[in-house]
Design a protein around this ligand. Structure first.
Ligand SMILES: [Zn+2]
Length: 431
């Protein structure tokens, strides 16, 4: 009995081949004696897979042959030919990827972009030519001044304490992505993560100076990425814009979790809201009154000459980004040593692994310091603020300032009715 499996359009190199799979299952079940293919590339176009087919042929005793006669897996000699074909094909794939790797490495060292793809935001002046797909091509080593300016301002806003959500909203008011789409948190994050915007190329975990100018400095790039990482941990809902000063900032004295906000549900005004502890439910406080109390304390501190004195001693660290880049370079070197350990019998793997761990730790410390600098910057901006200036400041920035200055710990209170129980709030000055 003969069964014909035809799979014309399906590519043999990628994608699924349902009929091929059905045929192989038939072989596995022992329902086939002989497989005849027109040519070996009808059977599999991935010669590297031939080894599996040969193994199957040996195991199930199925005879595999091609009409053209280039492959006959029914005997030892034929299988040997098959194995040689497979290993030659594998060698070609490996050489190709090694060549590709060497070429990419060389490009990175020369500062040239690796790979094509979409036009990156902020870059790409039309060359006047069209590419293979008929689309216009761009010289992506040249800046698009207007987009570069928007990107710079977005980074400044983030480093100034604004949330991602509010920066995305602003970007959508002034511009669209390089593909003409609306900005989302995701597209902004992807753009900010790209070393390209700092005039850098990343290849195999190492940074190289690019041939194009950066839109922002390396320090800003490190700072904004450190900030995003930290916000991602602190705020699991980055898409939601902040509406209340102390959600996620004020803490519950009973269980330590941060407070959330909900309508008070009372017969009072419909607008009344409560900060409450979602975890233990032992703490709840009127939003307006707690905000007013906390803001009063914060403004008092912001206008304290001692604070202003303190802030002027905060040394800005312009070299942090460069130091991180250097450490990452050393780490990459150590990793390479580790991979080539066989060539260096005098080096101990232990020592290298420990060195890499210490680089990681130091990089993390520096990132932490950059993120703290961001908060300090927000506080410095707000130092000396009047109540009016405070009210005019974006709420997300205000939250950063409160959090940078104080821990706000809310205790349960017995007090009912109007008025505010100051004794049931503890504000601890940070650092
Ligand atoms: Zn609690």
């Amino acid at each position: 009995m003969v069964r014909v499996f035809t799979e014309n359009d399906t590519s043999a190199t990628n994608g699924t081949r349902p009929k091929y799979k059905a045929m192989m299952e038939m072989v596995e079940r022992g329902d086939a004696e002989v497989i005849v293919a027109w040519h070996v590339d009808r059977l599999t176009r991935k010669l590297t897979e031939l080894e599996q087919i040969i193994e199957l042929a040996e195991r199930t005793k199925v005879k595999i042959a091609t009409v053209s006669g280039d492959l006959d897996l029914s005997n030892d000699g034929g299988r040997l030919v098959g194995r040689i074909l497979a290993s030659v094909a594998r060698g070609e794939v490996e050489r190709k990827s090694a060549r590709q790797k060497a070429a990419n490495q060389q490009k990175a060292e020369k500062g040239e972009a690796i790979g094509g793809g979409k036009r990156p935001y902020g870059f790409g002046v039309p060359t006047g030519e069209t590419g293979r797909t008929g689309q216009p091509t761009y010289d992506t080593t040249k800046l698009v001044p207007e987009e570069a300016q928007f990107l710079r301002e977005a980074v400044e806003r983030l480093l100034g304490g604004q949330t991602q959500a509010s920066v995305v909203r602003w970007l959508n008011e002034v511009s669209v992505t390089s593909q003409g789409n609306r900005w989302t948190s995701k597209s902004l994050q992807n753009l900010l993560k790209s070393p390209r915007i700092a005039g850098l190329i990343s290849y195999e975990g190492q940074l190289y100076d690019a041939e194009w100018p950066g839109i922002i400095s390396e320090d800003q790039w490190e700072a904004v990425n450190a900030l995003m990482e930290r916000r991602a941990i602190e705020n699991p809902y980055p898409g939601r814009a902040r509406r209340y000063l102390l959600t996620g900032v004020a803490e519950c004295s009973e269980c330590g979790s941060t407070l959330r906000c909900k309508p008070s549900g009372g017969k009072n005004r419909k607008t009344a809201r409560l900060y409450y502890c979602h975890e233990c439910r032992k703490v709840a406080r009127n939003v307006e009154r707690l905000d007013a109390y906390v803001v009063g304390r914060v403004l008092h501190l912001l206008n304290d000459p001692r604070l202003i004195e303190e802030l002027s001693n905060v040394a800005s660290d312009p070299g942090l980004g460069a130091e991180i880049a250097l450490l990452q370079q050393r780490k990459a070197d150590a990793k390479e040593h580790l991979e080539n350990l066989a060539d260096h019998p005098t080096l101990s793997a232990d020592v290298i692994v420990r060195a890499m761990e210490s680089f990681d730790k130091r990089i993390e410390e520096l990132r932490e310091r950059i993120a703290r600098t961001v908060e300090e910057r927000a506080v410095i901006q707000a130092a000396g603020f009047t109540k009016e200036q405070w009210d005019d400041t974006a709420i997300d920035v205000k939250s950063v300032v409160v959090k940078a200055l104080f821990r706000v710990i809310v205790k349960p209170t017995m007090k009912r009715g109007p008025g505010f129980d100051e004794s049931a709030v503890r504000m601890e000055r940070r650092r």
